[in-house]
Design a protein around this ligand. Structure first.
Ligand SMILES: CC(C)(COP(=O)(O)OP(=O)(O)OC[C@H]1O[C@@H](n2cnc3c(N)ncnc32)[C@H](O)[C@@H]1OP(=O)(O)O)[C@@H](O)C(=O)NCCC(=O)NCCS
Length: 393
């Protein structure tokens, strides 16, 4: 960089650090596209494997290409026994996100192409990761309950197989379709914190698995993917609350955030939240759990009215506000909500990692290396005097 640019303490908001062909957001208009296609179109008409293919190969698959991609996913749907052995030694209370994070280097150890950095090899690794992340989540969920992990059922779709391996029951078409749409909606989101982490790590020429491990770590935080579980915790804690509106006002007065609301890029409704809200409302009715829906609507409406009073009309529900209810109504345990985000976002992470590694979207990809302004102890360029241990007070 020729001229120093000072953008500190703004979390890099509005700073363009790379070019990408993977996805695009127009935050003021609530528009999200993957490889040129609107998210609404993809969620209504696509399946998760089709969208993963689109993210990786830059084009929608035809019938044969999709069949071949699904076959590759199925062939990769196997975990080495040492992973189960490791998981069986973990404490049963371990967080599924921590377990998932540790699972990625364990997968790296058996990847025959780990250090082959060609685009073709990285595409094959991406397929293996997309196939295996859901298996890690399902295997841990069973092991922590004292159950044996289940082998993949190749007669099922990618999403149905995840639910089967998780619950040990064949899921209904409806349940599979709803979860599949959730996976489509979460699959990519430009330079969000976890994707940036993946890209930053592989800009050092670290392998794809190292980048994905960093992505999972970043996703776990409650300001990012961890928000869905926080939203559900908030709903559960308010089940018996008589004055929900009062609680929301009190939180805001204390300067607390309402989880699942607000977004770094969207300054209007998150297009994914529009879908998820409708899905949650329908599911709530169908499952007779309208109490939860009533509660979420009350929180949303009170918060929106309060934000309006404070001139913060850009704060709206984001993807996590209603995805939490959808997952809950599908019977998914609270601590698996963020891992489910990960089994979708792996498609976007790997597409971005490949883009970072090939430099296809950029003139010249560079190692990310920002700088920080030093505000610590300073004794001039000669440095502070180092007193030997015995002379220090
Ligand atoms: C996601 C998030 C970090 C993006 O926020 P951002 O654009 O970086 O903006 P900030 O966090 O700096 O917030 C800007 C202002 O809006 C307020 N705000 C933002 N989100 C809020 C929320 N969910 N509840 C209450 N206030 C909120 C902040 O308190 C801040 O107020 P201030 O200017 O008076 O200090 C933020 O909205 C948030 O923390 N949301 C809750 C967590 C969440 O749902 N994360 C998932 C994101 S998909």
């Amino acid at each position: 960089m020729k001229e120093p640019v000072n953008v500190k303490n703004i979390g890099l908001r509005g700073v363009t650090v790379a070019d990408t062909k993977v996805s695009f957001i127009e935050g003021n208009k609530g528009v999200l596209v993957y490889r040129g296609y609107r998210i609404e179109d993809l969620a209504q008409n696509g399946t998760f494997p089709e969208i993963a293919y689109l993210l990786l190969y830059e084009t929608l698959p035809n019938n044969n290409q999709l069949a071949d991609f699904n076959k590759q996913l199925q062939e990769a749907s196997i975990l080495p026994a040492y992973i189960f052995g490791a998981f069986k030694n973990y404490p049963a209370g371990a967080s599924p996100m921590d377990v998932l994070q540790t699972g990625i280097p364990l997968l790296a150890m058996i990847d025959p192409e780990l250090n082959n950095d060609t685009k073709e090899a990285n595409l094959r690794k991406a397929v293996r990761l997309i196939a295996r992340l859901p298996m890690l989540v399902a295997a841990w969920h069973r092991i922590r309950q004292g159950l044996e992990p289940l082998p993949a059922d190749h007669s099922l779709s990618h999403t149905a197989n995840f639910l089967w391996q998780l619950n040990g029951e064949k899921p209904s078409k409806k349940m599979t379709d709803i979860l599949d749409t959730c996976l489509v909606l979460h699959a990519d989101h430009t330079f969000n914190a976890s994707t940036f982490s993946c890209r930053q790590v592989v800009s050092t020429r670290a392998h794809m698995y190292a980048g994905v491990t960093a992505g999972i770590a970043a996703l776990s935080g409650s300001l990012h993917g961890g928000a869905n579980a926080k939203v559900m915790k908030m709903f559960l804690s308010l089940e018996e609350e008589k004055d929900v509106a009062g609680w929301v006002r009190e939180q805001l007065e204390k300067g607390e955030k309402i989880m699942g609301m607000g977004h770094a890029v969207y300054k209007t409704m998150d297009p994914r939240a529009i879908f998820l809200k409708e899905m949650a409302l329908n599911l709530g009715k169908e499952t007779g759990q309208e109490k939860l829906i009533k509660l979420s609507l009350e929180i949303e409406q009170t918060a929106l009215a309060e934000f309006e009073k404070r001139g913060k009309t850009e704060i709206k529900p984001n993807v996590d506000f209603y995805s939490a209810s959808v997952y809950h109504l599908l019977g998914i345990p609270l601590d698996l909500m963020t891992p489910i985000f990960a089994i979708s976002r792996i498609a976007g992470w790997t597409a971005h990692i490949i883009e970072e590694k090939t430099g296809e979207a950029q003139v010249k990809p560079a190692l990310y290396r920002p700088k920080a302004e030093y505000v610590g102890q300073y004794c001039g360029l000669m440095g502070c005097k180092f007193d030997p241990l015995e002379k220090r007070k």
